[in-house]
Each structure stands twice: as C-alpha cells, then as structure tokens.
Write a protein that binds this ligand. Structure first.
Ligand SMILES: *Cc1c(COP(=O)(O)O)cnc(C)c1O
Length: 394
C-alpha cells in the first residue's frame, strides 16, 4: 500500500489532506517522496522555527535522547528548569512556567490559573473569560469553546463548558465585563483568524483598564511567541504586562511543547495541575537549543533583515497583482496577503504548492506566510520566484 492509502485506511479523517508525503528537509527546503523540492513558507504551521534538519537542534535532541528522554514530573528535570529560566529571562517578566505539550494545553493551563485566581481572591467567585471573535485558542472542548468562531462550536461536541463569551472588537470588551468576569484572553495578532494585528494603543488601553478593574489579561502567544513577530514575545512589542502568557508552536522546533507562564507565581499547589509528558527532557532540551539559535539570529540582526526582505516581496506582489491581492498584513515573519476572494485564496494555495512553494490559508481570504525564522535570503528569493510564477498564470 502507498503511504496515502495507509493513511486513508487507518488514520481518522480529521484533516483535509493532500496526498503529498515529505521525507526530508534541510533549512527552508522540503523534499517529497518523488524527490520534488519545495520552499517552506509555512514551517508546518509556524512550528519549524529553526528550519528542517537544523544541526544544532538535531544534535541537542540526539545527545539528550541518548542520555535520558523522560522521567516523571515527580523529580526535578534539569532542562525544564533551565528552559523556564531562559523563557522568563528573555521575556523580562517576573513569572513562573508550567509545561504541557501543545498550544491547547497551554491555554487550558492558563484558564485553570485564572479560574483558581477567581475562586480564591474574591468573595463572589469569578470564572468568566471574554475572548475575541475570529480568535483561535485550540481544539480541546474548553479551548474550542474559548475560540470565538461559531463554525468551531459544532453541536456534535456539545455541551461545552460555561463561562466563555465573545466580543467583535477590543472596545466591546469593557461592556462585556461583569462581576463574574475573571479574565480576557486575546491574541495580539490573530493567526488563524487572518493574520490580523491589533492596534498597539488599543491594546495598551485594554491592559491598563483591565488592571484598574481587577480583571486578568491572558495573551495567547502560541503563534506570535518565540521571535515570530521579531521580538521574543509580541507582548514586548506591544509594551504590555499580561498576567498569563501561553507559548507552544515555535518553541521546540517541532518537538511537542506548550507553556503557560504567569506573574501569579504562587497560584498552583501540588496536585492543582499536571501533565505526564509536559516539560520532559527531550522537549525542553530542544526548546533550549531553539532559543539559543534564535536569540543569536536576533542579536546579529539577521532576523530583522529577513523580515524586511520578506515584506519587500509581499509589497511588490500586492502592487503587481491588484486583481489577486488587497492588503498585506501581519507582523515580523507572521504575514499575510489578503486575497480578493476565497476562490482566489484557494487557487493561490493550490498553484503555489504545485510550483514548489508551501503557503497557508488563514481566515476566509488570507494567504498566510510563516517561514522558518532562520530562512536564508536565497530561500526567500527562490520561494517568491516560484510563487510569482505560479500566480502570474492565474
Ligand atoms: C495553533 C494555536 C493554538 C493551538 O495549538 P495546538 O498545539 O494545536 O493545540 C492555540 N492558539 C493559537 C493562537 C494558535 O495559533
């Protein structure tokens, strides 16, 4: 049986997959089973932050795997403690970390943190969390409920937990707050929703107002975190101090990991929360290697250069193909072109893939770019050469 046939027969059909199967990667290049080369402008979905086959990351993983992959969280785990220290230091916030294995788990932990706060700090229990329309926070029953898109709240999986409500803009948060509201959960750049950054002044106003009203701010940096927007955290670019921040996608370069970090440093006691695999030797060692690579990339100014170059290409495309693209949106290397329709979006994705460049969709009509943060200038140029050739025929 071919791989695609095995997949169809034995794997549940929860993804709309095409039958391509990659077998190897190097930097921002991927190769399928027929030897065809692709430029990866997607990084999985914002995961392969240091590219494919990165020698420092693979070396760190192999060395750690030979020594020790896993112990339980009932003992101290050295790379977990070290990674927590690195994350907190790079963030500049006075926080502590909880480790899980995914973005959804990071957000679950964040919700537990704020709910415990709401239960223990007020006479009348506070538990409600306000989120934004077009947001995305995960696929577990709770995080899918936190996601502000009706299409995700299928009756197939109901009933969902109580306590989540949505507003269509930041300004609408204020009226939504009641005496049971414990937190507001937002992305600073809505990724799945369409690569839409919020206005900095509006976010600063929100952070200030929430602080005054005693409502916590959770920032979901599962996609924006780990240098994706050019800074270690988007929260730093927005110059705010959230109460809880969640991380996942790019943190360990493809090894599953998730983090909820909080300034409520003493919120949990033993037994409040846990994860069998969370923060184990393998994933946290990978996280340390990724941070070392990306920290250097940023300090040397390479990341900033790549952001400028990538944006220049998108500006060029936006100008040259007004029939296909409207605005060019995003922050750092989390970028999008607004297609003029969802049909155009679909066609661009399909023809680009055919031409050997992988891009993603976001929202109804956005073509999304999440390249590895270590992508080279040559890879960017080659990717856009293929992309333009593909769309010129549309
Ligand atoms: C991807 C994503 C998630 C979910 O992460 P998983 O690892 O798939 O659970 C949550 N929030 C945001 C902003 C994301 O982009």
């Amino acid at each position: 049986m071919t791989t695609a046939a095995l997949d169809q027969k034995f794997v549940l059909s929860s993804y709309g997959r095409n039958s391509t199967s990659f077998i190897e990667g190097k930097g921002a290049k991927l190769y399928d089973e027929h030897g065809k080369e692709y430029i990866d402008f997607a990084s999985g979905i914002g995961v392969s932050s240091v590219g494919h086959g990165n020698p420092l990351l693979t070396e760190a993983i192999c060395t750690q795997a030979k020594a020790l992959i896993h112990t339980s969280n009932l003992q101290v785990i050295a790379p977990q403690a070290e990674l927590a220290e690195r994350i907190v230091t790079l963030s500049g916030y006075d926080m502590r970390c909880f480790f899980g294995n995914s973005g959804a788990e990071a957000n679950e932990a964040a919700i537990k943190i704020v709910r415990k706060y709401g239960e223990t700090h007020f006479e009348k229990k506070r538990y409600k969390v306000i989120t934004l329309e077009h947001s995305f926070h995960g696929r577990t029953i709770t995080t899918v409920k936190a996601t502000g898109q009706d299409s995700f709240h299928s009756p197939h999986f109901s009933p969902y937990p109580d306590g989540f409500s949505y507003v269509n803009e930041i300004d609408a948060v204020y009226d939504q707050i009641d005496e049971e509201t414990v937190a507001v959960l937002i992305e600073l750049v809505q990724g799945e929703g369409g690569v839409q950054p919020f206005d900095k002044v509006e976010i600063q106003q929100l952070a200030r107002t929430l602080k005054e009203r005693g409502v916590l701010l959770i920032v979901d940096e599962v996609q924006t975190g780990i240098y994706r927007t050019g800074a270690f955290l988007a929260s730093q670019l927005y110059e705010i101090e959230p109460d809880v921040i969640t991380l996942a996608k790019g943190l360990a370069g493809g090894v599953p990991i998730g983090v909820a970090m909080t300034s409520l440093k003493d919120i949990f006691e033993p037994g409040d929360h846990g994860s069998t695999f969370g923060g184990n030797f393998l994933s946290t060692r990978a996280g340390l290697a990724v941070l070392e690579i990306l920290e250097r990339e940023q300090e040397r100014g390479v990341l900033a250069e790549r952001i400028t170059e990538f944006n220049a290409h998108l500006t060029g495309l936006e100008k040259s193909y007004p029939a296909l693209f409207g605005a060019h949106v995003g922050l750092g290397l989390m970028l999008g072109l607004r297609a003029t329709s969802s049909e155009v979006q679909q066609k661009v994705l399909a023809t680009a893939f055919e031409a050997g460049v992988i891009v993603l969709k976001a929202g109804r009509n956005t073509v999304r770019f999440l390249p590895p943060l270590t992508i080279t200038r040559e890879e960017i140029n080659e990717g856009f050469k293929r992309f333009e050739k593909a769309i010129a025929a549309l």
